[in-house]
Design a binder for this molecule. Sequence first.
Ligand SMILES: O=C(CO)COP(=O)(O)O
Length: 241
Amino acid sequence: MRPLIAGNWKMNGLTEPSVALARAIRHGLGDASVEVLLCPPATQLASVTGIVEGSGIGTGGQDCHAKEQGAHTGDISAVMLRDAGASYVILGHSERRQDHGETSEMVAAKVRAAVKAGLIPIVCVGETESERASGAQEAIVGQQIAASLPEDFDGVVAYEPIWAIGTGKVPTSADITRMHDFIRKELIRDLPEGANLRILYGGSVKPSNAAEILSLPEVGGALVGGASLIAEDFLAIIRAV
Ligand SMILES: O=C(CO)COP(=O)(O)O
């Protein structure tokens, strides 16, 4: 299975810079041996999808509602993301768990909705700095996996230690390997050929550290925040694979 390099643009991207960024990534990519995914804000999803169409680059949403439609002002369903051209959706990002009180049970309902809509979920898990300091990281991530993922989960898990997001701090390669091993063991299943299961690392991935992180055999790709907003940096991370 090819590594997946996904850019999470978060709440960044008016029309002009989004179009420019998507075009620059498309034109700079060349023959990538990796799968590349752009997750712009929902307002830019259809236009970014149009720009990358035919290039092999995919697009994804950053969240979805658990229901398909209805009286949920301001929310966006998985079906709507699919309709706008997405093939993936990021779910349970720590910024949603923390800022919007999303529980793992809510994430699990969104995962089911995403799969039903034909999207591949990228489910984020990760510990806080104090949880790591107390050695509780595996217990925390284990709980998040058990409660956020259905038994037959066939999607992508992104390990994003919260203390590494946007801080420039990165776990050691040994710590990333240990956690990815742990996640894989928690997820071991008889998945069919062509299954989507991959474990990404996310948190301060930059051109300067991408080669080291992405060379770890347990790491199936990266979920990139800040560096995905700069075309040269994102392309450098892709080339580092
Ligand atoms: O949260 C992240 C991706 O989802 C990581 O963000 P940064 O790459 O900016 O640390």
